[in-house]
Ligand binder design. Structure first.
Ligand SMILES: Cc1cc2nc3c(=O)[nH]c(=O)nc-3n(C[C@H](O)[C@H](O)[C@H](O)COP(=O)(O)OP(=O)(O)OC[C@H]3O[C@@H](n4cnc5c(N)ncnc54)[C@H](O)[C@@H]3O)c2cc1C
Length: 324
């Protein structure tokens, strides 16, 4: 059985988890095994139907009063319990910070190796994986000995696709863990609670700014364009390091990995650590004064120029186009 660790926000399924479910379904089909999912929290019952549409046969819902917030070690205990009970051959998580963290705890609990950030998994003995290292600039082939194989999938390796109909039966259980497993509990940050609209990871349009934007105030035209195009703001690490924008908006190896339809990179040079987060954009428009900037190599369209002049022109033309 292939077991996928599924994350959700009060019953709203996480897009990256659905990608892992789609990948898990393909793995399960290749070995003729069923596909199961683990969801933590009582809200998990409400996502069982949707997971059934994605091909999940049984949704294991871990319900416990200590599991209302994210508690990585307790979540890993729940995963360990289900993996052992069901004899899972592969445990798949999304390669998000949360997915990788739970998987790392699961590896420590079970004494099994973990392969994080994989783009390819071939089940067997050993399970073979291809992992993205150094922000995707190196692809490493590795063998995982032991069962189950603990693997996380690089976000946006695959497009989430319902394409499967299974029963999505709910198997509720109360996981066993001690108080020590609840020593680390992550409460939602106030900013995250208050934030509205589309998340960076799911955004279809991202207007992203780098050092070339110059200041926190310099993001005003980027915000204006984002609003016009129904998008959201992203940025480079220089920007978060300077305190111009919050870390939640950082794109890259140590930020969020995104795959929008349109990524407009404004004053960003294209360091590998930044590209690691946006290389899956369907269309990339680059605005930069330097025609030799590394990011030009990833641009579908490049505008060589000062964002102080280029952005107002784009905003004006966008307004005209929207007006009819
Ligand atoms: C372990 C590690 C992890 C990292 N993780 C990340 C990460 O997750 N995300 C990330 O982004 N970085 C990350 N970094 C940092 C990364 O290496 C780069 O330093 C960073 O991405 C550079 O940011 P930048 O492109 O905004 O700045 P710069 O490299 O300084 O580039 C600024 C660009 O703006 C252009 N420019 C300047 N003025 C204008 C103007 N008026 N109009 C148009 N263009 C202009 C310049 O030509 C230049 O190309 C990481 C680094 C390390 C070591």
């Amino acid at each position: 059985m292939v077991l996928v660790l599924v994350d959700h926000d009060h019953g709203q399924l996480d897009e990256l988890s659905l990608q892992a479910v789609t990948y898990g379904r393909e793995l399960a089909a290749s070995t003729g095994e069923p596909l199961d999912a683990l969801v933590v929290g009582a809200d998990g019952r409400s996502v069982a139907g949707a997971l059934g549409e994605h091909g999940v046969t049984t949704v294991h819902v871990a319900v416990h009063e200590g599991l209302t917030d994210y508690a990585p070690l307790a979540w890993a205990r729940a995963a360990s319990e289900v993996a052992t009970r069901t004899g899972a051959s592969v445990v798949l998580a999304t390669g998000s910070p949360r997915g990788n963290e739970v998987l790392a705890h699961l590896g420590a609990l079970t004494d099994l190796p973990v392969a994080a950030d994989c783009v390819e998994v071939t089940p067997g003995s050993p399970t073979k994986v291809v992992r993205a290292r150094w922000g995707g600039s190196l692809m490493e082939e590795a063998n995982l000995h032991g069962s189950p194989a603990l693997v996380s999938l690089v976000p946006h390796t695959i497009v989430a696709d319902p394409g499967g109909s299974a029963s999505g039966d709910v198997a509720e259980f109360t996981p066993t863990f001690s108080d020590a497993d609840l020593l680390v509990i992550a409460k939602p940050a106030a900013a995250a609670e208050e934030s509205s609209g589309v998340s960076l990871a799911d955004a279809k349009v991202i207007i992203s700014g780098g050092r070339g934007v110059g200041s926190a105030e310099g993001f005003a035209p980027l915000e204006e364009l984002a609003e016009l195009l129904g998008g959201t703001i992203g940025c480079s690490r220089v920007v978060t390091g300077n305190g111009w924008r919050p870390h939640t908006e950082q794109v890259g190896q140590t930020g969020t990995k995104v795959a929008p339809d349109l990524y407009i990179a404004c004053g960003i040079s294209g360091a590998t650590q930044h590209i690691a987060g946006c290389r899956n954009a369907k269309t990339m428009i680059v605005i930069n004064t330097d025609p030799e900037a590394a990011i030009m190599g990833y641009a579908d369209y490049a505008i060589i120029g000062d964002i102080g002049k280029v952005l107002p022109a784009i905003i004006e033309e966008t307004r005209k186009a929207k007006a009819g």
